[in-house]
Design a protein around this ligand. Structure first.
Ligand SMILES: [Zn+2]
Length: 295
């Protein structure tokens, strides 16, 4: 089985991106895995600190490993938005393939210093673990927001991207390029879309020369996502779109069977709903034709 780094390299050479989907229960995990298998493309599942707290760090690692081994399928596990080294060490010891070490809320110099320390500590536990660092401000909370935060002052520049990558030794960089966490209500209704700064992505890629992740991909204009991938984005994170689909599917399942109490008869409705969103995003990230034929 190739490593996550191998698949990222392949994606980069083919001008494609790997989809990263947040999960916090078995329904979401099964939906992501089913969609990726159907399209035969590699996939990343991620859990933030809160999501890991709910599912269990070692438990999700065992679950994802069992899928990878039984089906000989490239599904990888990421410790999303980790804010302390202790939580990072816990994930590294459990066998996570990658980690987003996120100190972007700290002043730049502190972010650099502590991320560098984390890279060294985590690689000492598992040299193959990919460490992602984050700069700039893309907001918090993969939820539905009523008002759009003004993040224009937190956009990343090619200069700081280069300095951050060279000083810390991260494998992957998450910049702020117009993306934000969560979705506005108007985005959930499909009336508005997030737009990305494609020129900025291209400039950061030229300067930083590492794999780039786009966080907060939910609700982004499809054409902007394609252009962002062409400009150097290698991983795209989708969370809120899945959460919305999970809830809608669950509500549909409960409404359709008002007297049902058997979870495995109600939950497939949520699973199908999430799977459709994951499949449509994976098709876009992997190039429509490519994904249809399998890799
Ligand atoms: Zn994120």
């Amino acid at each position: 089985m190739h490593s996550l780094r191998d698949f990222l390299r392949e994606a980069q050479e083919s001008g494609l991106a790997i989809g990263h989907f947040n999960i916090s229960d078995l329904v979401l995990l099964k939906a992501v895995f089913a969609a990726a298998r159907e399209l035969n493309v590699p996939v990343l599942v991620g859990l933030s600190e809160g999501e890991r707290e709910f599912v269990g760090v070692r438990q999700i690692a065992a679950f994802v490993r069992s899928l990878r081994e039984e089906f000989d399928f490239p599904i990888f596990l990421n410790a999303d938005h980790t804010h302390s080294l202790a939580k990072g060490v816990e994930a590294a010891k459990a066998g996570f393939d990658s980690i987003v070490f996120d100190l972007s809320a700290l002043p730049f110099e502190e972010n650099v210093r502590e991320t560098k320390e984390a890279v060294e500590a985590l690689k000492a536990i598992n040299p193959c673990m990919l460490v992602e660092g984050e700069i700039g401000d893309i907001g918090t909370g993969s939820e539905i927001h009523d008002v759009s935060p003004d993040l224009s002052k937190g956009l990343s520049t090619p200069e700081e991207a280069k300095q951050f990558v060279e000083s810390t030794g991260v494998d992957i960089l998450a910049p702020a390029v117009g993306n934000i966490h969560g979705m506005l209500r108007s985005m959930v209704q499909g009336e508005t879309k997030k737009r990305l700064d494609i020129e900025r992505i291209a400039g950061i890629k030229r300067a930083a020369r590492v794999f780039l992740t786009l966080h907060g991909g939910s609700g982004t204009d499809d054409q902007d996502l394609r252009k962002a991938i062409a400009a150097g984005i290698n991983i795209v994170h989708i969370n809120t779109e899945l959460r919305v689909a999970w809830r809608e599917g669950l509500e549909r399942g409960l409404t359709k069977q008002p007297d049902e109490v058997v979870p495995y008869k109600i939950l497939p409705s949520a699973l199908d709903s999430v799977k459709q969103v994951v499949a449509s995003r994976l098709r876009l990230f992997n190039g429509e034709r490519h994904a249809a034929q399998g890799m």
